[in-house]
Design a protein. Structure first.
Length: 221
C-alpha cells in the first residue's frame, strides 16, 4: 500500500491563517490519537489495578483481624481446657463420692452437731455429660457457730461439694446453749461412669447347629 505523498512546495503558497489551522488540526489529531489509543486504555488499567489493590488491602485487614481473633479464641480454649482438667481432678468416681458424703456426715458428728436427717436423693448426670450430681437432704441441730464451722470445712474439701438452700429455724435454748435447726441440700459431684463397650449380639443359628461359647469357642452344653 502506497501512502499519499505530501508536496511541501504547495504548502508554501498556503496563506498563514490556513497554515495555522492545519497545524492546529494536526496537533489536535495527534493529541486525540494519543488520548484514545494510549492514555485512555492505560487510565482504565490503572483504575482497575487501584480498585484491585484496594480490595486486596481490605481483604488483608479482614484476615488480620480474623487471625487475631482466632489466636485469642485458641488461647481462651486452651485456658478452658486447663481449668476443665483441674476440675476433673476434683471429680471422684461415684463410689468415692459416696464415701465423701459419709466423711461429711462424720465431720458434723465430730464437731458436735446432731444429724437429724440424712436423705440421699437420686444421682443425676448433667446434660453436659461432664459430671454427676449426688444430692442429699440434710437437717442438723447444733450451736450456730458450730454449723458455720461445719459449712466452712465443707467448702475446703479437696473434692467438689456444695451446700445450697440453707434454712435456719428459730433458735432454742437447751442446757444453757442456743441451739438452731438448719436444713440444706448437700451435693457431691462425681465423674460419670464410663459406659461398658457394647457386646456383639450372637448371630441366629439354624436349627440343629450347636451354639458356640463366647469365651471358649467350644459348643455350649
Amino acid at each position: 500500500m502506497n501512502l499519499p505523498s505530501i508536496n511541501l512546495d504547495s504548502l508554501r503558497n498556503v496563506p498563514a491563517p490556513q497554515k495555522a489551522a492545519l497545524l492546529f488540526l494536526l496537533v489536535g489529531g495527534i493529541v486525540a490519537g494519543f488520548y484514545f489509543y494510549i492514555a485512555e486504555p492505560k487510565s482504565e488499567n490503572i483504575s482497575a489495578l487501584q480498585a484491585e489493590n484496594s480490595k486486596l488491602e481490605s481483604d488483608i485487614q479482614t484476615l488480620t483481624i480474623k487471625v487475631k481473633h482466632l489466636d485469642e479464641l485458641i488461647a481462651a480454649n486452651k485456658q478452658l481446657e486447663v481449668e476443665l482438667a483441674k476440675k476433673k481432678e476434683r471429680l471422684p468416681p461415684e463410689e468415692e463420692a459416696i464415701m465423701l458424703l459419709k466423711q461429711v456426715s462424720d465431720l458434723g458428728v465430730r464437731l458436735g452437731l446432731d444429724i437429724r436427717l440424712w436423705k440421699p436423693g437420686t444421682p443425676s448426670e448433667d446434660p453436659s455429660k461432664l459430671f454427676v450430681k449426688m444430692p442429699v437432704n440434710v437437717e442438723i441441730s447444733g450451736v450456730y457457730h458450730t454449723a458455720t464451722l461445719f459449712f466452712d470445712r465443707i467448702n475446703k474439701f479437696p473434692r467438689i461439694v456444695t451446700v445450697s438452700g440453707v434454712k435456719m429455724g428459730s433458735p432454742k435454748v437447751e442446757l444453757g446453749r442456743v441451739i438452731s435447726q438448719t436444713t440444706f441440700e448437700l451435693v457431691a459431684y462425681a465423674a460419670p461412669q464410663e459406659k461398658p463397650a457394647a457386646t456383639v449380639a450372637s448371630l441366629p443359628t439354624q436349627p440343629g447347629q450347636p451354639v458356640q461359647s463366647a469365651q471358649s469357642g467350644q459348643p455350649g452344653r
